[in-house]
Design a binder for this molecule. Structure first.
Ligand code: CIR
Length: 258
């Protein structure tokens, strides 16, 4: 298997107790904060074990969803881009990420129109796919494509299926040529030429997996997914996601990587 890109660094943010009030689409129960913090700790430990140089930002109690740093910026070896999250309660998070980006990146570009959540941006080996969603609109996606071109990345705009929060809620990269995706994204035109492995029935939530160098971080509640991916010779690192899933999040949401 070919790793799509090597990561050496990541930025994360410690969850604040207010995280239990994070946005959720279905109005379900609050997560349990200690259990959520334990999930986050295990995630950080895994990123460290995989050799990433980790920046851990302090909690932001005024922003319940601020631990999901993936949505406020994009990071690449060539530079970073500050985004404009589509949920009004999350817009203020952006002001708290710039310093960490500037500490690591000579170039920090900025989206100035529309909205884009980083959860809608999938980096492939040869290009970047921006999914339109309830959080990412076309005007934001089009400006983001020009900013990505400045950093040397070709971008394509895709559709996120209805009912899927973010494009990457429904898919993740297994390796440079292979996507793991929910059935609704199996025929995504932007995946033409790639192999698409579809999530086993009932395990659609497993689609938000995270490839870090030679390992694949996968939610721990998905046995059929583990069997499927292990059979392909992939090194699986199962991680608990029950509590963060209560506020509509998965493994990619909790870090910015480059
Ligand atoms: C939100 O609705 O914005 C958060 N509760 C979950 C964000 C998940 N982020 C992601 O998928 N990249």
């Amino acid at each position: 298997m070919t790793a799509p890109h090597a990561f050496t660094h990541a930025i994360t943010r410690t969850p604040a107790p207010s995280a239990v009030k994070g946005i959720r689409a279905d109005g379900g129960p609050d997560p349990d904060f200690p259990a959520l913090a334990t999930e986050h700790d295990a995630y950080l430990a895994t990123l460290r074990e995989l050799g990433l140089n980790l920046t851990v930002l302090p909690p932001l109690d005024a922003f319940p969803d601020a631990l999901f740093v993936e949505d406020v910026a994009l990071t690449f070896p060539e530079g970073a881009i500050l985004l404009r999250p589509g949920a009004a309660t999350r817009a203020g998070e952006v002001a708290y990420i710039g310093e960490a980006l500037a500490a690591h990146h000579d170039r920090v570009l900025e989206l100035t129109v529309g909205h884009v959540d980083g959860g809608d941006v999938l980096r492939l080996a040869d290009r970047v796919v921006i999914g339109l969603s309830a959080r990412t609109n076309r005007v934001g996606a089009e400006q983001l494509a020009t900013l990505l071109a400045d950093l040397g990345y070709r971008a394509e705009i895709a559709d996120t299926p209805p009912g899927v929060l973010h494009f990457k809620t429904g898919c993740g990269l297994i390796d440079a040529e292979t996507i793991f995706a929910v059935p609704a994204l199996a025929d995504c035109p932007q995946f033409a030429g790639l192999e698409v492995v579809v999530t086993p029935p009932g395990e659609e939530e497993a689609a938000n997996l995270l490839r870090i160098n030679d390992s694949l971080l996968v939610g721990d509640r998905w046995p059929a997914t583990h069997a499927l991916l292990s059979a392909r010779g992939l090194a699986i690192r199962p991680l608990a996601t029950r509590e963060i899933a209560r506020i509509d999040a998965g493994l990619s949401c909790m870090s910015l990587r480059w």
